[in-house]
Design a protein. Structure first.
Length: 671
């Protein structure tokens, strides 16, 4: 391929790029760096500068360039949101450059900004910018701050790539970038073996889901001949319900559309830690607390929900796939809530809470209430980031202690953190007129209004999970901030976090209060129509306003029940939990060990893999390679050389005698 000499493109927009031309046509490049492209590139620029030159520019400049990048990206995201979501401007589809061209296979790198993307931009950049600022104080003693801020900004860039792409392959690129960033950040303190193990666990478990996601992309291209969202969705709706079927052993015939959706959902299960592929999420707490907030609130775990909502035109063509999404989401919401009730690590409680809330989002999408699902994703980002960062402030005050059993009475020492933690807790538990009250209730009402068996199951499990959510949330508050200090020395030295850590908490607290009101139009009729074109009769949210009064009131009743039980057991009669744990020891250990999923996987997969690996090592490495392969040949040559080396004495008369013996042998042989 002959490339012409580079030429400068015309000036315009915010900046200009060099073009490499092939036969006079741009191959890679674009005429101007638009503000939409800058949203993506600014965090990447900060990441590269801090990562490549961090040792030279130092901690402060590394913080400055990365935080400046995300703040500018946040500003541009707000402008995009105001134009598209509030200003009612049409969706923007901006081709950037030709990415992959191979025969008939063509993929371009492009930016799609519709209401779905604009919402995600506010969530990702709003939380990410606060996490960056918070990290100044939290990581101030760490010797590797440039590396940390570089990873953090790269995480943000990868998530932006994921949500702004206009095709499935670009989404997958950002998807894998998020996975890489999570591996780097969870294992940031790589000298801790537990952090290394957690990073590897997150990486491997997500590869299981990503394998399904990749297969789904392959099938999409095989069926539709393109990976572009608009073309795939248009073709899918033209077909209505794709007639092709795939015959699986022991399962029978499965429609092609169902197969595509289930494979995509397999990827979503891994990233969003749904039941079965959830085991990496609690262990991800080994990373620094700002990482936990970013992973759990705005980036990695929300990617799966975004994928299902983005691909909703496909899911709407498969009732089977929607039913599977609903059941797994409801089961995850219930499972994680039961486990959260008995955890003692303050971050693990919030981690299982994230897992549970993601379950709500999925079963909301499963009953076709995609707008309610996205609404809860948005509100959850603010109050969950607030809870994680408040937990980080508690850990900071307690000199890196995370066990709630060793805390107590902290509201007197860190009252600001206590007040902000209470705001986040009330928002999470659905206290009236705070963020979670609007979004979670919308999902529950939509599940009931679906009038299907799976919808009823999801509603029931969601209601039970709501009571448990309130219980474990206030259990955390009471154990941490109320009662008597368990460690007087730690309590005496406890103090509020520095301003750089407190400022993001105030911003997120405002979001936890007002996000419900900002997001209410999202669940109005038609708000997401161009991004999520629902088929007639499939929008359960449209019927949620007509549910009976008891359905609307029941979640608040569950809130009161959970609060009363938490107050009784952790304020009034603090001996009850130990009595219950002793009396129902089996159940307690079952929940404490997260239903023994890790032990089950260890027996099913890890131990057999070790046995197979040891067998291959014994057979392949020791017997074949060391015995007969490269190492074996070398060992044999060494043994022979050693034998012959014994006759190399260096004495002339020895060699003369050997020659004489040789002559005698030859004469005898030929005579």
């Amino acid at each position: 391929m002959a490339l012409s000499s580079p030429s400068v493109c015309q000036q315009g927009g915010i900046g200009a790029f060099w073009l490499i031309k092939h036969n006079g046509e741009p191959l890679f490049g674009f005429r101007e760096m638009s503000k939409n492209l800058l949203i993506i590139l600014l965090p990447l620029m900060g990441s590269l500068i801090a990562g490549l030159f961090g040792r030279k520019i130092g901690n402060r400049l590394s913080q400055l360039v990365t935080i400046t990048g995300v703040l500018l990206s946040l500003l541009l995201s707000i402008l995009a949101f105001m134009d598209i979501a509030v200003g009612d401007a049409p969706a923007i589809h901006e081709p950037i450059f030709k990415w992959i061209v191979s025969g008939d296979f063509y993929v371009q790198f492009g930016i799609l900004l519709d209401r779905l993307t604009a919402t995600m931009l506010i969530v990702v950049m709003g939380v990410s910018s606060m996490v960056h600022i918070y990290s100044i104080g939290y990581m101030h003693e760490d010797p590797d701050q440039p590396r940390f801020f570089s990873y953090l900004s790269f995480f943000t860039f990868a998530m932006l790539m994921l949500v702004t792409g206009d095709n499935f392959l670009q989404l997958f690129f950002g998807w894998e970038g998020v996975g890489l960033a999570s591996y780097l950040l969870i294992g940031f303190w790589f000298k801790k073996q537990s952090a290394c193990n957690a990073a590897m666990k997150a990486f491997l478990v997500n590869r299981v889901g990503d394998f399904g996601f990749a297969l789904g992309i392959f099938v999409i291209y095989l069926i539709f001949g393109t990976l572009d969202y608009a073309e795939v969705f248009k073709a899918a709706h033209a077909i209505g319900s794709y007639p092709g079927v795939v015959d699986f052993p022991f399962v029978g015939e499965v429609s092609t559309m169902t197969l595509i959706c289930l494979l995509l959902f397999m990827g979503a299960m891994g990233k969003s830690a749904q039941l079965g592929l959830h085991t990496w999420l609690p262990d991800a707490m080994e990373g620094p607390t700002p990482v936990s907030a970013l992973i759990h609130a705005a980036t990695m775990v929300t990617a799966g929900v975004f994928l299902v909502c983005r691909a909703s035109p496909l899911f709407e063509l498969s009732d089977t796939a929607l039913a599977v999404v609903t059941i797994f989401g409801a089961a995850t919401a219930f499972f994680a809530a039961t486990v959260g009730m008995v955890q003692n690590d303050i971050k693990r409680v919030i981690a299982y809470s994230t897992c549970s809330q993601l379950g709500y989002m999925f079963f909301g999408a499963g009953v076709s209430a995609y707008a309610a699902s996205m609404f809860h994703l948005m509100t959850h980002a603010f109050f969950k980031a607030l809870l994680f960062l408040c937990a980080g402030a508690v850990i900071y005050a307690m000199h890196h202690e995370q066990d709630m059993r060793k805390m107590g009475g902290l509201f007197k020492k860190i009252p600001i953190t206590y007040a902000l933690m209470m705001i986040g807790t009330l928002a999470l538990t659905g206290f009236p007129f705070l963020a979670g009250f609007f979004s979670k209730d919308a999902i529950l009402e939509s599940a009931y209004a679906a009038h299907t068996t799976v919808g009823t199951i999801a509603f029931t499990l969601g209601i039970l999970a709501a009571a448990m959510t309130t219980f474990y949330s206030f259990r955390l508050v009471f154990m941490t901030f109320h009662g008597k200090p368990e460690s007087q020395k730690a309590w005496d030295h406890a103090h509020e976090a520095p301003f750089s850590m407190r400022f993001p908490l105030f911003v997120l607290a405002v979001g936890a209060v007002i996000a419900g009101y900002v997001g209410l139009p999202m669940i109005g009729e038609g708000w997401f129509k161009e991004a999520i074109p629902l088929m007639p009769g499939h929008d359960a949210l449209a019927h949620a306003h007509h549910v009976p009064l008891w359905v609307k009131v029941l979640p608040f009743g569950m809130f009161l029940l959970g609060l009363a039980l938490a107050w009784l057991m952790y304020v009034k009669s603090t001996g009850i939990p130990k009595q219950l744990a002793a009396r129902f020891n089996g159940t307690y250990n079952f929940l404490l060990n997260a239903w023994y999923f890790d032990k089950l996987y260890e027996r099913m997969f890890i131990n057999p893999a070790k046995v197979i690996g040891k067998g291959l090592w014994k057979t392949g490495d020791e017997t074949i390679i060391d015995g007969y392969g490269v190492n074996g040949v070398a060992a044999t040559a060494k043994r022979i050389a050693k034998k012959f080396g014994a006759i190399q004495t260096g004495f002339v008369y020895h060699y003369a005698f050997a020659m004489l013996i040789g002559v005698l042998v030859l004469v005898t042989f030929y005579s």
